[in-house]
Design a protein around this ligand. Sequence first.
Ligand code: FES
Length: 161
Amino acid sequence: MTNVSEIKQKTKQIIKKHKSNKSALIAVLQDIQEAFNYLPKEALKTASNMMKVPMSRVYEAATFYTAFSLKPRGKHIVKVCKGTACHVRGAAILQDRFETTLGIKPGETTKDGTFSLETVNCVGACALGPVVVIDTDYHGQVTINKVDKIIKKINEEGAQQ
Ligand code: FES
């Protein structure tokens, strides 16, 4: 787990990279999100101070975009599409399977910090439904069997690192 001084230090480096430019706030938040997988409060405070942007404005940007998270997230983000096309092809059953196998509900992260589970509306790949997006990988025509295989594969890859 990253401590407060590490968060501040890393955030300062990110902001310097963007030359403390106020208009770069979204880009700075993207880099912070990428560095920590969420937006830690200390990082937002550091950004507000260094960039001279009011904290309210920083929070406004941080909460406007769904790609940003104010809560720590897992190393892998599982997004189950709950759009209409995926819904009629069994997205709810897949969501149940992820919930049972990972032991978490949407919006939660496994205790070991490996997975976060989210539900999203259409991800623009309806023809492939039901769709599950894991990090940046799209998985189409997902079945319960595939859910188990995907989780197993990620866990095995993690064990090898
Ligand atoms: S409804 Fe799931 S990709 Fe469109």
